[in-house]
Design a protein around this ligand. Structure first.
Ligand SMILES: [Zn+2]
Length: 223
């Protein structure tokens, strides 16, 4: 089967499927279980528009799950259909961040092992954080996929906060990037756009279930 799920969609389906299994384990009222299943399935289908018959059939197996073992099998089938992050190379990264003179190139070797919504690394010498996001081609094929690079300052907070991207609590870091255009109020300054995001970006990539916040952050910087 084609790769058709994006990382955040996979995460969302897994979250809903786990909810179904934990309800089955803890709730003896069949009607409640059926309602949770039905709601989970409709939420998942809403989050994955445009599925083909075969793809929908796979996703809809959520409704048949009964045990933790079946959940594992279901998750691994979905994972096989999840789009991997594009391979990145050093020249590509240099093109994404043309203004950075000495770009510290991160380890790119295990990039393909896990699906990711975004790839990020930090340069502790300069407190800079680099984020690469791959915007998937739109399903109407009007736009092709695109790699987007965002560079910003990075401050660890040693505090728990809610991450702007995945909306989960965890140790947060403040990431502030400079927008492409100057501030309308004081034309000498460039606008800065900042967000608290997970310090642990691997956890963030597992927790993220929608793209709205990440997309609007990128949008805001590109304005
Ligand atoms: Zn996060």
């Amino acid at each position: 089967m084609d790769l058709f799920l994006q990382n955040h969609q996979y995460n969302y389906i897994v979250r809903q499927a786990k909810l179904v299994i934990s309800t089955i384990k803890t709730c003896s009222d069949n009607q409640v279980v059926e309602t949770v299943k039905y709601t989970a399935l409709s939420k998942v289908l809403d989050a994955c528009p445009g599925l083909s018959g075969e793809q929908r059939h796979l996703v809809e197996r959520l409704g048949e799950l009964q045990t933790a073992e079946e959940l594992q099998v279901y998750m691994s089938k979905l994972l096989q259909c999840t789009i991997k992050f594009p391979t990145l190379t050093e020249p590509q990264l240099k093109r994404l961040f043309p203004k950075v003179k000495k770009l510290r190139i991160p380890d790119l070797s295990d990039l393909e092992k896990h699906p990711l919504t975004y790839f990020t690394w930090t340069d502790s010498a300069t407190n800079k954080k680099y984020l690469v996001y791959y915007r998937q081609p739109q399903s109407d094929k009007k736009s092709s996929g695109k790699l987007i690079g965002i560079e910003g300052q990075y401050t660890s907070t040693n505090k728990t906060g809610v991450c702007a991207f995945c909306k989960k609590p965890g140790e947060a870091a403040f990431f502030s990037a400079v927008a492409k255009t100057r501030s309308s109020h004081s034309p000498d300054y460039y606008r800065s756009v900042g967000q608290y995001i997970c310090l642990d970006n691997k956890a963030c990539n597992v927790q993220i279930t929608e793209l709205d916040a990440l997309e609007s952050f990128i949008e805001d910087i590109s304005k």
